[in-house]
Ligand binder design. Structure first.
Ligand code: MN
Length: 232
């Protein structure tokens, strides 16, 4: 046994719908601006950009039902409803035709963002990490195996805050499809089992405040509900 100087943290993991088993999370990849209307609301032309990515640490993932204290260092915490892809089989240079064979399952997710820090990072040409990869910034619902739900390429993706609809789109509006995203990432970074991919958010992102309950729901998948509490 390796003689660590202290006990390493157990791996981050997420629940699997209808199972006592858990899915260990290795890394979290996120796609930027993958719905045209959202790219436009961020002031960008959706037609002129190849896909781009950022990452979050694995241990910022939180499950359905979590209460999250309003994070420090921001006055503009935003929600982003996203379809989450869970990789079960790793690989590099994965073709689009074979990409779905590498997908274990799917979940509803929320790419929480400190928008003010992100806007400042863009303005100063600095990294996005601090705006995206903060503690508890990746709510993720129970994972549904592709063997049960298939590979969703259409269906609603919806986000409500206290029951009011804020984001309402369809997976058909994704600019880069799941096979394209998996293939694209694998040509730059070797994918591994346990990797999650947050596939981007549709239009309608907006602020959350303490007391809000935010729900992301993707058709055919379990919702992920998160409550924002006062600053810790
Ligand atoms: Mn996002």
């Amino acid at each position: 046994m390796t003689d660590f100087v202290f006990q390493p943290a157990p791996p981050a993991s997420i629940a699997i719908a209808g199972s006592d088993q858990r899915f260990p999370v290795r890394r979290i990849f996120c796609v930027g601006r993958n719905y045209a209307a959202h790219a436009r609301e961020m002031g960008k032309d959706p037609d002129r950009e190849p896909p781009f990515f950022f990452t979050k640490p694995a241990d910022v993932v939180v499950e359905d039902g979590a209460s999250i204290p309003y994070p420090p260092d921001t006055e503009n915490l935003h929600h982003e409803a996203e379809l989450v892809v869970a990789i079960g089989k790793g690989g590099r240079d994965i073709s689009e035709a074979e990409a779905l064979d590498h997908v274990w399952g799917y979940a509803s997710g929320n790419d929480l963002t400190r928008r003010d820090l992100q806007n400042e990072a863009k303005r100063m040409a600095r990294p996005w990490d601090w705006s995206k990869g903060f503690d508890r910034s990746a709510p993720c619902g129970a994972l549904h195996p592709a063997s049960e739900v298939g590979h969703p390429s259409k269906g609603f993706i919806r986000l409500t805050v206290n029951g009011e609809v804020r984001q309402d789109a369809d997976l058909t509006e994704l600019i880069w499809s799941v096979p394209e995203v998996v293939s694209y990432i694998s040509r730059s970074i070797e994918l591994a089992p346990g990797d999650l991919i947050y596939t981007g958010t549709p239009a309608g992102v907006g602020p959350l405040v303490p007391g809000d309950t935010v729900t992301v729901e993707v058709e055919g998948l379990s919702p992920v509900v998160t409550t924002i509490t006062e600053k810790a």
